[in-house]
Write a protein that binds this ligand. Structure first.
Ligand SMILES: [Zn+2]
Ligand SMILES: [Zn+2]
Length: 387
């Protein structure tokens, strides 16, 4: 029996009895339900079997006055979600720092909680009042690496998120299973102790409970009494089309859950994009460099150019195209937010053959003869003389 179970299960409800029910009523209610859900009477009915177990568990606690008292206390004190002060961590004192929230502890409506809550409310003015308001969850940072194509088209990726939260074993109470923290005897639950400094009396966090007002006798073995634990979960996240390498995407409401009905925080995902062997990016445009032959540029031609996740497209090269010219193919680029697409920028680059067959070699020799006397550097040399 863990503290978590104590807090999450309503044994009174399970047995259908009032919180003030006498032992005789509890016993009668149990007998009636146990007969109804007994496995012998419900052969093969899994839900009846579950119900039978729940009823038996509830009865085992409520029929034992000691365990029932313990259960009642735990529920009245920690019914509203409990956070433990982070007394031992730098930058966050056990008292008044960011980690401790009195409203959390005493939001349970039980008698003990109510009295202590009133007491603390008096000491801290409106502190416990504001603390019980809904609180927005924390923002969370994560990273993911996409293939080039998934970045262009958008993708749903699993993200493993790790964060600190209440220890699941003790549900943040810091107390060992089946035990509950008790009110600090040193400060009577106020979390404060008075010291005199000169003529002033000042209040400091209680040395015994570090301002928490509660003492854990048997610390939870998993969190050693801190009540905090690291946990991780995997969520599926939709990365929109067209993200660029290094971009940070905000996913509203996908961060840490809020407390007391507050909104969740946001999730920020830093996206890394793997390079593609053929395509590059320039804003909304894809880029690709395409090898062409000298005759294709000189005489003009139509060439096939690869496109991203589609059939090759035809680009018409006019005669006399210089090496390195960029052609733009509309609509073959990155999808924009408005639903339109950028273009694909095609750079033509002459591929010089390192081997030629004799026929090709002859032709090139003839070209050289035919263009003898044309010096492409003539103008360059002239202009270099300008000051
Ligand atoms: Zn104390
Ligand atoms: Zn724990």
């Amino acid at each position: 029996m863990s503290t978590k179970d104590y807090l999450e299960k309503d044994y009174y409800k399970t047995l259908g009895v009032a919180k003030t029910a006498k032992q005789a009523d509890i016993k009668a209610a149990y007998r009636k339900l146990a007969r109804k859900y007994h496995p012998d009477a419900n052969k093969g009915d899994v839900s009846a079997e579950e119900k039978f177990k729940e009823v038996s568990e509830a009865y085992s606690v409520l029929s034992d006055e000691k365990r029932r008292k313990e259960y009642d206390e735990a529920r009245s004190m920690f019914g509203g979600g409990f956070r433990v002060p982070t007394a031992g961590r730098p930058g966050q004192g056990g008292f008044g720092g960011g980690g401790f929230d009195f409203g959390d502890i005493f939001s349970g409506a039980g008698d003990a909680g109510g009295r202590l809550g009133d007491l603390l409310g008096g000491v801290f003015g409106n502190r416990s009042g504001t603390a019980s308001r809904p609180r927005r969850g924390a923002d969370v940072e994560a990273e993911t690496t996409l293939t080039f194509g998934d970045a262009i088209d958008g993708s749903t990726v699993p993200l493993r998120l790790t964060g600190e939260g209440p220890c699941p074993t003790c549900r943040g109470t810091g107390a060992k299973a089946g035990t509950v923290p008790r009110v600090c005897p040193s400060c009577a639950g106020t979390g404060l102790e008075s010291k005199s400094q000169g003529s002033f009396g000042i209040s400091e966090p209680c040395h015994e409970c570090h301002g928490r007002g509660l003492v854990v006798d048997d610390p939870c073995p998993d969190c050693h009494g801190s009540g905090r634990a690291m946990s991780s979960k995997t969520i599926q996240v939709r990365i929109p089309a067209g993200v660029a390498d290094g971009q940070r995407i905000k996913l509203k409401g996908k961060g840490a859950p809020g407390e007391r009905g507050g909104p969740a925080g946001d999730l920020y995902v830093r996206v890394h994009v793997k390079p593609h062997p053929v395509f590059g990016r320039s804003g909304d445009n894809l880029t690709v460099t395409v090898p062409v032959t000298f005759p294709e540029l000189t005489l003009g031609s139509e060439i096939k150019v690869p496109s991203h996740r589609g059939a090759p497209v035809t680009v018409r090269i006019p005669p006399g195209t210089p090496n390195g010219r960029v052609f733009r193919v509309a609509g073959k680029g990155v999808r924009r937010k408005d639903g339109t697409n950028g273009g694909m920028l095609v750079t033509v680059e002459v591929a010089v053959p390192d081997k030629l067959n004799s026929k090709a070699k002859d032709a090139i020799e003839h070209l050289r003869e035919a263009t003898a006397g044309q010096d492409p550097r003539e103008e360059l040399l002239e202009r270099a003389k300008e000051t």
